[in-house]
Structures are given as structure tokens and as C-alpha cells.
Design a protein. Sequence first.
Length: 456
Amino acid sequence: MKHRLLGAALACCALAGVGAGPVHAASDQLWISAPSETVLPAPGADGGASQRTLDVRVTHDNTENGVPAGRLTVDASGIAAFAQVSWPANCVPESAVKAVCDFAGMPAGADSVGAALLGLRALPDADLEASGHVRYSAAAGELTAYPVETLITLGDGPDLGLSQAPNQRDLKPGTDTQVRATVGNNGNRAVERTLLSVYASYGLRFKERNSNCEYRDHATGTSALCVLDEAVAPGERYELTSALRVGRKALYERFDHSVLPYSDAALEEARGGETWTPGTGPELDLRPVAARIAAAGDEDLDLSDNYRAVMLDARNTADLKLTGSKVRGDAGDTVTARITVHNRGPAWVASLGAGAAVATVRFQAPAGTTVVGWPQEECAQELPSEEGPAVTTYFCRTPVYLHDRASHAFEVRLRIDEVVRGARTTVETLNDDPELPIRKFDPNLRNNSARIVVNG
């Protein structure tokens, strides 16, 4: 199962369009972005088959340069024996398996444009062992993209998927919210039971701990594993609603959920050897949106849409405070200075999306000293250069989360080369990291700097 999940994730994220074309006068390059592979559900018992959509886009490198309108050529002859193509309105078919699709130009500042939304459906007598490629080429003005392709294979089984719920902003701590998504089966066989995996970050909590779920609390939040008993047939859609409380410590929160066909082995693997506690509240149920009947199946055909993440930002603040230290010693001594980042709350701070440090602290050695030891996994050096400072600068990064009323310290070892009375250096946080800008949540930047003093 792990290998299948990893393979599906890689296939989902891969860009099929990598290559070279003629160089434009403005040093630009055209690319085709399309799925590297997809699984097409085989026909069901009634001969009908679900449709898959291929979203093909065209991108370019130099956004300062505009790109004129162009054409995408699609060749589906490689799958003609087992699948048919539905062409969108912007495509002019040359035959049943080949078409030329017009796409709009990209003005300066735009880096991509939709080129074709292709519908694929397996033929009633399709051979389950069949596979083939849909191939693409594109040109716009003087730019030509390298031809790329999508591998199409047939699959016989269920295909659960989750819709993407919208991100939420400006939530008020102490209020309730909901994450609503749709669970659907796009395969050709039914799922009798569903395994739902859920994660709510530390600033959120589940309003109910359902009796058909088991829970595990950990440093960054709460995870849940739920067994949903509603059968999901091909073409069927269910609404899944998760009720959450936005806690007073909430700031940058995250809610993750994923679905798989249930099996004892899948549940045991999801538990990961950890201890989980059953809930005692009412059962969590799927609410039907549509219904069909089909035979039961086993493994999921396409895992690329089984997992979704939703970001929930609260209207809150967290006051970071930096403290330094005073040390003493004689020439030749090595002393340890301590730099501490405190989170005075009320919110915890976490970068659960970008994975950035809560704070990056910058400092240099005080006069008469040399840095001879620092946390290698957390700190990096920036050596002197002709354009930059004449001494080495150090950057130390905290973990990606810091709870309210918690702190994180760095210990730096200084060798005293020469006793300079009152030698000192300023340590300060970088407040404008684009991944997690401190000034956006910290109401008091005045306490984001401190000093290391040697023999002062």
C-alpha cells in the first residue's frame, strides 16, 4: 500500500512536459504541463464507464515577456483501441483521434494558460490489459514546446476521491467552523466501507469525537481514523462534514483528510503502531448526494485525488520575544552564550504548509571573540564577501512550530581571543521571511532583538 500511495503521489505531481524548443528573442521557453499518467476505469457490468478528464496547460518561463495565442496538437491514436476522446469546444478534430486546440495568449505577468480539457472514456469492449499514450505538441509565435505524453492504463476497481474544500481566512478564535467535502467513487466497482484519515492542527479541535472513529493527540494536533459503513457505488457522491472548534490559540491552522477503501490491513497500517483512543460521540456518517448500484471491488484505482489539505487562518496574534545572555571569561577561554526565542502567545505559531522556521535569528560574534561551536542542524554560516559584511554572519532557525508559552534556545560557543570590556553583539529575528513573515502576526517587534555581552 505504501508503494502504491507514493507512486500515485509522484504521478499526480509530475509534469509530463519537460524539454527544449527554439529560444525566443526575449529568452523565453514554452512548456506543456499534463499528467504523466492516469488510470481509466474499465466499463462496468452494464457496459457504461466513468469519464476521466485530462487538464492540459501551456506554461512559459519569462513572465516579463508576453506570449501570443497558440495551438496545441493532441494525438490520441495510441489509445483508440480501448478508449474514446471527447473534444472541448476550443479543439477542432482532424479525426476521431487527433485535434488541434487553440489556446489564448499569455500577457506579461501570466505564466500559464489552459490549452485543453479532454474527456476520456473506456470503450464497452475494452481489454483490461490495454494501455497507450496521448501525445501533445504546442507552438505559440516563435516558441515551440517539446512534445510530451500521458500514459493511459485501464483499471478494474473502485476509485474514491475527495473534492477540495476551500481554504478559510479570518476565523475568530472561540467560534465554530465546518469543512465540507464530497466523497465520490469514479471507478467501476463499489466500496463497501471507507477508511477516513483526518488531521486537525493544534489550534483546532473536533467538536465531536465520533464512536466510529479513534483518536490520537500529538504535539501538532489531533489525528483520527474513522470507519464509514456507507457503501459508495460507482458514480455515487456523498457529503462529508467535519465540525471544528477554532481554539483561542489558533493562528495558521491546517485540516487534512484522505479516503481509502477499508480493509483491516489498511487500518492497521494507518495506526502506525501508535495508541489510539475510541470516540464516544454519535457516529460520523456520509450523506448521500446520488446513488447507483454496482458490484463490490477492492483496491483504489487512482490515489491522486484521495487526499486533500485545507488551510484555516485565524484572526490572532503571537508575541515573539528574543533574549540573549551575558558571559565572562579570560583570553583563551571558551564560553557558551544562549539565545532564546520565546512565544508569549496567545497563539501558537506553525508553518504547516511551507515548513518554514517560526523564527530565524541572525547574529555575529562579539568583538574579540570567535564562534567555535553552534547547532549544526539549526544554524548556517554566511561567510564574508566583498559586497557583504566583513565578518561571518550566522542564521539559526527554530522548528516549524512553537507552542504558546514555549521557547526554543540556541547555544553558541565563543572563544575569547582578546578581552574587550563590554564587547557585545545584537541578535535579531528576520521579520520578513516570505514563507512566514513575523510582522504579520507579531504585535510587538520591539522585543525581537537582544544582545550577547562578553565581559560587560
